[in-house]
Design a protein around this ligand. Structure first.
Ligand SMILES: [Ca+2]
Length: 142
C-alpha cells in the first residue's frame, strides 16, 4: 500500500522537475552545468540551476534571474567570487539569446551560478554548509 503514494510523489517530482525547460534557452550552457556535489561523476549535471533541489525555493541565481542574460551575466548571486558568466562559460558576457552564431566562444560551464562552490583538487565543489540543501542524490542528470 505504501508503494502507490511513493509513485504519486515521484510523478509530481518529475512533472515539476521538467516544467522549467522554457528558461533553458535564456542561459548559456544551462543544460550542461556539472553536478558539483562531492562524489559526482564526470557526466553528471544539475537538473536545474535556478532552484534548490527541493523544487520550490529559488536559489540566489533564480532569485536574481532575468530573461536578459546581459543583465545577470556579470552578477555573482551565490557570492562565490565568480560571476554567472564565468561559471557558465561566458566570462566576457558575449552570449546572446537565440543567436547561434555567437556560441562558438563559449567554454564549458564549470559550476552552478546559484550554489556557492570552491575549487578543490582540480574541480569545483559545493561548499560544505550548503550540501544538505544542494546535494540530494535524486536531482541530477546523467
Ligand atoms: Ca557557484
Amino acid at each position: 500500500m505504501a508503494t502507490l503514494p511513493k509513485i504519486c510523489i515521484w510523478c509530481v517530482i518529475v512533472a515539476i522537475a521538467v516544467s522549467y525547460p522554457h528558461y533553458y534557452p535564456y542561459v548559456p550552457n544551462s543544460r550542461n552545468v556539472p553536478y558539483t556535489c562531492p562524489g559526482a561523476g564526470p557526466n553528471e549535471k544539475f537538473l536545474r540551476i535556478g532552484h534548490w533541489p527541493n523544487f520550490f525555493e529559488r536559489n540566489p541565481f533564480g532569485q536574481n534571474f532575468s530573461l536578459d542574460w546581459t543583465v545577470i551575466c556579470d552578477l555573482d548571486p551565490d557570492m562565490d567570487n565568480r560571476t554567472s558568466g564565468e561559471e557558465l562559460g561566458d566570462p566576457n558576457c558575449q552570449w546572446i539569446h537565440d543567436n547561434v552564431t555567437t556560441h562558438t566562444f563559449l567554454t564549458e560551464a564549470t559550476s552552478n551560478p546559484g550554489i556557492a562552490e570552491e575549487f578543490v583538487n582540480g574541480k569545483y565543489v559545493v561548499l560544505e554548509h550548503l550540501r544538505g540543501i544542494a546535494c540530494p542524490e535524486a536531482f541530477i542528470l546523467f
